[in-house]
Design a protein around this ligand. Structure first.
Ligand SMILES: NC(=O)c1ccc[n+]([C@@H]2O[C@H](COP(=O)([O-])OP(=O)(O)OC[C@H]3O[C@@H](n4cnc5c(N)ncnc54)[C@H](OP(=O)(O)O)[C@@H]3O)[C@@H](O)[C@H]2O)c1
Length: 316
């Protein structure tokens, strides 16, 4: 297929959308358009063409996507079902490549795909396959990044380092792959720069393979003066069971869904969170090492405590 020049980004103001937008603009390879919701108050750099589209109206989205070669979606979890209309509109507008809002676990693995948290993402993959079969000029790429590395540490998600008793899942020894937000932005640029090599398939990327125990060791190294107590051990099979019970009672809450995410990231090898192969080289990713992780934690842990020491409120 021909080169991709015009790229529309949906969800550009989000946690992931912001670094993806930066990477697309910084690459200098694309004309970047942002699609935002009518209710969105987000602002964007002057070099970016901003269009407003109602994601619940196919006509509105088709009009906004006219002339675009590719659509990258980084919409948040609440908006994942809205991608249904986005895909239909992209096909109707003649878009050549669609990257849905994936950026996490590898849901080509049936056990992982079966976790309820991934239902919307699995459904969109199915829709993309059908759309591409019906309209072969419409293609897609599914980006698996593993856990967000910097975001996951900042939000105490990969390790709750702010506690004195960190939580370790399944003993904390399972290795999982993780990628920083900037590297994901770089990978999106890489996919759009290599449309033939990335056509209609999953791509896997990672900065590092690491375990919670390793993260805890790094956290202890960064802040040895902190009073670290024995970790709290949590079994991800229990978490999954408890989330299933809540879901069966109609309780759909973030903690319930997070139980499934912890199972997918920290659970046994069959969930595939330790990526054995990657597309790093094709997409231009160099990877990170433990020193990089230490630098992220150092900034978070020491930055945060010194701000708190001054009695100020920590702002992320
Ligand atoms: N692997 C991991 O560890 C990990 C962690 C977090 C997230 N993720 C994944 O990364 C992707 C992006 O997540 P994120 O956390 O970056 O998203 P986010 O910050 O919650 O939201 C991204 C954007 O979605 C847009 N949006 C459109 N319709 C919306 C609606 N109805 N409600 C709320 N927002 C709406 C908004 O953009 P506008 O205001 O411009 O319209 C918003 O800024 C998702 O697929 C998520 O599952 C992965």
């Amino acid at each position: 297929m021909g080169a991709i020049k015009n790229v529309a980004l949906v969800g550009a103001s989000g946690s992931l959308g912001t670094p993806v937008l930066n990477a697309l603009v910084k690459s200098g390879s694309f004309n970047v358009t942002v699609l935002k919701r009518p209710s969105s108050t987000a602002t964007f750099p002057a070099s970016v063409d901003v269009r407003t589209a109602d994601l619940s109206s196919k006509d509105s989205v088709v009009a906004a996507l006219k002339g675009q070669d590719a659509v990258v979606s980084t919409v948040g979890i609440e908006a994942l079902p809205a991608q249904d209309i986005l895909v239909e509109a992209a096909v109707a507008a003649g878009v050549k490549r669609f990257l849905p809002s994936d950026f996490g676990s590898n849901i080509s693995i049936p056990k992982t795909a079966a976790l309820p948290i991934f239902k919307s993402k699995v459904a969109i993959h199915e829709k993309l396959r059908e759309a591409s079969a019906a309209t072969p000029t419409f293609t897609y790429t599914l980006v698996c990044s593993g856990a967000f590395l910097d975001w996951g540490l900042e939000h105490n998600f990969l390790l709750n380092w702010e506690e004195t008793k960190p939580k370790l899942f399944d003993g904390g020894k399972n290795i999982f792959s993780a990628t920083s937000l900037d590297s994901i932005g770089q990978a999106v640029v890489g996919v759009l720069s290599h449309p033939d090599e990335t056509k209609n398939r999953f791509v896997q990327i990672k900065d590092i393979d690491i375990s919670q125990s390793q993260l805890l060791d790094i956290a202890k190294k960064v802040d040895p003066a902190k009073e670290w107590h024995d970790p709290i051990h949590i079994d991800t099979a229990d978490l999954e069971r408890s989330s299933n019970e809540s879901l069966a009672k109609g309780q759909i809450s973030m903690p319930v869904m997070v139980g499934y995410i912890f199972r997918a990231i920290f659970g046994p090898a069959e969930y595939g969170s330790h990526f054995q192969t990657t597309d790093n080289e094709l997409l231009g990713l160099g990877g990170k090492d433990e020193a990089d992780v230490e630098a992220i934690l150092r900034k978070l842990m020491l930055g945060r405590s010194s701000v708190e020491a001054q009695g100020e409120k920590w702002l992320t």
